[in-house]
Design a binder for this molecule. Structure first.
Ligand code: ZN
Length: 447
């Protein structure tokens, strides 16, 4: 049932809403950002609007030193996109251009398809088999709790377009790097290596990729008409939004946490990465509302992560010289934390034991091996900043990742609350620990 508000009632309601601090629960952040801003493609007006929203919300929550740190970046925007098999079985296919995709002419192109079951098969193909054709690469990615299948199959999106371009392909289609069976394609950035001309590059939804694979298996020549008209719009401004919980002892170093504010343009960026902002912000808020920490918590809502980690690089450039005690990033959806990894200078320490004991109370177990952070804090990790990964359950993450289906309804409030609790426990432990959190040797060749 809906009541129509009188103008005065509406003003009273909105001013009450402004005066009352928003609830610190993370769900409110995901709900607010996805509802009031929606998609936030890097370097666009929408992302700028998201930064203003972020400043308003972080100030309202009571954080200190809330400000925007702008930087410039090249901006890619989507155009029209369609694909149609011309022969032997005419039909439309559902696809989405990859970030940084080149464009076809407005009228599109028609060419024969050449298919490859893997990146390796494409790499091994002679130029003559590929030249002038539309390359299609498929794979068999399946869901994993730790998300490791993205490591295996992600290169089909990052690297196959460059390989196809260098062999003279007219365009490339990939099977979406995703684990669902919905007719919803997964976008994501592709990287053109030096000397590779950007060609039209798109991801078919998984059912469409399977359809094309079956059609190719019939053994008849397959031709396709493809129209993709994205464009680079030049250098635009993005920015990181920074907020702090000031510590009592600045000599102990900063604890840097955050997620990314930009999203792909197809959905509303709920799991990627409004959820990460919600988790890290709610955890930082728990420090703000508790006893004053020894270390300063610096919360960053990074800009322009998706097109290539521009925000993380800008942060490291601006702040790399400051003493950082520890970093951690949330960019793996809104589901529960099930394990953690830590990379400290001392492999065995009281801090690690304390973390393991406290986190085990909510079912989070330690894992061996290195922690990596993510794209945004990666440059600081490379410099040797100690890092903790709170591993979230990724079983359903790649069903939704980078699709039009990345919307608020995919957030499970109970799992989000558990992730916030895990982060709050971790954060409270590291801001007050007597461990000096000495830096590690710089890492090489890692993102
Ligand atoms: Zn992300």
């Amino acid at each position: 049932m809906h009541k129509i508000l009188t103008p005065i009632a509406a003003i009273l309601l909105s001013s009450t809403a402004l005066a009352a601090p928003p609830s610190p629960t993370g769900y409110d952040i995901v709900e607010g950002l996805t509802t009031e801003v929606g998609q936030r493609l890097a370097g666009t007006e929408a992302e700028a609007h998201a930064r203003d929203w972020a400043v308003m919300r972080l100030k309202a929550l009571g954080f200190a030193n809330v400000h925007i740190e702008p930087f410039d970046m090249p901006v890619w925007v989507r155009g029209t996109e369609s694909a149609e098999i011309l022969a032997p079985y005419p039909q439309k296919l559902v696809l989405a251009a990859l970030g940084n995709s080149g464009a076809t002419p407005e009228r599109g192109i028609s060419a024969e398809i050449v298919g490859f079951p893997s990146l390796e098969a494409l790499s091994a193909a002679p130029e003559a088999a590929v030249k002038g054709k539309i390359v299609f690469v498929w794979h068999r990615m399946t869901a994993t709790q730790d998300g490791s299948s993205y490591g295996t199959y992600g290169p089909i999106r990052f690297a196959a377009p460059t390989i196809a371009s260098k062999k003279g392909a007219a365009a490339i289609l990939i099977r979406s790097v995703g684990t669902d069976h919905h007719r919803v394609p997964h976008t994501g950035v592709t990287d053109w290596a030096k000397g590779a001309k950007p060609i039209p590059a798109a991801a078919l939804s998984v059912p469409d990729a399977e359809q094309l694979e079956r059609i190719l298996a019939r053994g008849k020549p397959v031709s396709l008409h493809l129209t993709l008209t994205p464009r680079m719009t030049g250098t635009r401004q993005s920015g990181n939004v920074v907020a702090e919980v000031p510590g009592t002892d600045p000599t102990t170093g900063i604890v840097l946490i955050g997620g990314h504010l930009d999203s792909w343009d197809l959905g509303t960026g709920a799991i990627d990465d409004a959820a990460g902002l919600a988790i890290t912000t709610a955890a930082a808020k728990s420090i703000l509302d508790g006893p004053r920490p020894k270390r300063t918590v610096r919360l960053v809502w990074f800009g322009a992560e998706e097109p290539g980690g521009f925000g993380g690089e800008a942060y490291a450039k601006a702040h790399g010289g400051e003493k950082h005690a520890l970093t951690a990033e949330a960019d793996f959806g809104g589901d529960k934390v099930w394990s953690f990894r830590a990379s400290f200078a001392q492999p065995k320490s009281a801090l690690r034991d304390t973390l393991a004991t406290r986190l085990s109370l909510i079912g989070v177990q330690p894992l061996s091996g290195e922690a990596h952070g993510g794209t945004d804090v990666g440059p600081m990790v490379q410099k040797g900043t100690p890092v903790i990964d709170l591993e979230q359950d990724g079983t359903r993450y790649f069903d939704i990742h980078h699709t039009a289906d990345d919307t608020l309804d995919k957030i499970d409030p109970a799992q989000l609350a558990q992730a916030i609790e895990a982060w709050s426990i971790m954060l409270r432990t590291v801001v007050d620990t007597d461990d000096t959190l000495a830096p590690l040797p710089p890492r090489k060749g890692e993102e």
